[in-house]
Write a protein that binds this ligand. Structure first.
Ligand SMILES: *Cc1c(COP(=O)(O)O)cnc(C)c1O
Length: 368
């Protein structure tokens, strides 16, 4: 992965520095409005990361000690960690072998009377069929971890459209970046107002609002909040990046189509693709090694030797020391996918020759 950054981002950041207002202010408000519009959400609240966004989303659902929250283990570890921040217990659900996402059946299998919420992850940009999950879990609230999914679509609409609570990431590993940063989107403006307060110490009015007031204005602290703010420096960069999103998705889908063509010549290797219910932004282009092929790490080593920077596939949180003490849930699909998948290089400026070299090197490494 290589972020797509240009002189426009540098100029936008410089302008904020020259303005003298570098903390959360007008650029953050503008970025929130533009992001909400892009993903068809009623409101968007900028935060310091997707991880802190997930924490706030669970917090406003009232998740606390004694509660269980169902999450996929097959995700970046922040998904499970956010549950622990609330003092609650993450309960791991298995995933579908084709999409890498939870389904109604895998979530339902681990629901208990203590389940307070479910986090559905759009893993690697592949949209999860949230409506299908909802149909199996009654009225248990869902939070969408859309860290990877800006520009993906679900049932013909952008991921995020009309969603109650979704958290997004602008880490440089994602399609658009603010260095670090995140967003929570919601369909409920009142919830948006509370999220806005919680990210800023529970203050009744923001520092920017007080600054803009004519006379002296005193703020109240209405509940225990957090400092999860984004800065105007980051938001200025985010505004430029958001303008690039459609072009970035188009380019990645072009690169993915080319990988699919080339990989047709490497039998036994299966690559991630669009599910029936939507389109992926191909944030991660992962491939699954066939039975009888060498160990994943050996394939990664072979690729590295050929000068190809591939990575292990999506991790499984329940196999990490931080979660190992929680008992060993049966997650056969997760364990197979994480052990047998790897992520191929994709970035905006990847050339046809480079893609050919990647796939040729993979073909050699899987035969070794
Ligand atoms: C990247 C990622 C996160 C964490 O995002 P940050 O903005 O780095 O906190 C959470 N969930 C998933 C699925 C991710 O890929």
């Amino acid at each position: 992965m290589r972020p797509l950054l240009g002189e426009e981002e540098a100029a936008a950041v410089a302008e904020v520095v020259r303005s003298g207002w570098v903390a959360q202010g007008p650029r953050v408000a503008e970025f929130e409005g533009r992001f909400a519009e892009r993903v068809q959400a009623a409101d968007a609240v900028a935060v310091s990361s997707c991880t802190t966004g997930l924490h706030l989303a669970l917090h406003v659902l009232g998740v606390g000690p004694g509660d269980e929250v169902v999450v996929p283990s097959f995700s970046f570890i922040a998904t499970a960690n956010a549950v622990r921040y609330c003092g609650a217990t993450p309960v791991f659900a298995d995933v579908d072998p084709t999409t890498g996402n939870v389904t109604g059946a895998t979530v339902k299998a681990v629901l208990t009377p203590a389940t307070k919420a479910v986090i559905v992850v759009h893993q690697g940009g592949v949209p999860a069929d949230v409506a299908e999950v909802r149909a199996s879990i009654g009225d248990v609230p869902v939070v969408e971890d859309a860290a990877c999914a800006a520009g993906s679509t679900l049932h013909g609409a952008p991921v995020g459209a009309g969603v109650h609570l979704a958290a997004w990431s602008f880490h440089p590993r994602k399609l658009i970046t603010t260095g670090e940063g995140g967003m929570v989107t919601t369909d409920d403006p009142e919830l948006g107002a509370r999220l806005r307060r919680l990210r800023e110490h529970g203050m009744s009015m923001s520092a920017a609002q007080r600054h803009a007031a004519k006379g002296p204005v005193l703020e109240d602290y209405l509940e225990t909040g957090f400092n999860y703010r984004m800065t105007d420096i980051q938001a200025a960069m985010g505004l430029v990046q958001l303008g690039r999103l459609d072009g970035i998705v188009e380019r990645r889908r072009e690169l993915a189509a080319r990988y699919h063509e080339l990989l047709a010549e490497v039998p036994g290797v299966r690559a991630v693709t669009d599910p029936a219910h939507g389109t992926t932004n191909y944030q991660s282009f992962w491939v699954l090694l066939g039975d009888g092929m060498p160990e994943r790490n050996a394939v990664l080593a072979g690729l590295a030797e050929a000068g190809v920077s591939a990575r292990r596939g999506i991790m499984a949180a329940h196999l990490e020391p931080a979660y190992a003490g929680d008992g060993a849930p049966e997650l056969p699909v997760t364990e197979h996918l994480t052990a047998r998948s790897l992520i191929l290089p994709v970035h905006h400026d990847l050339t046809e020759d480079e893609q050919q070299h990647v796939v040729r090197s993979l073909a050699v490494a899987v035969r070794a």
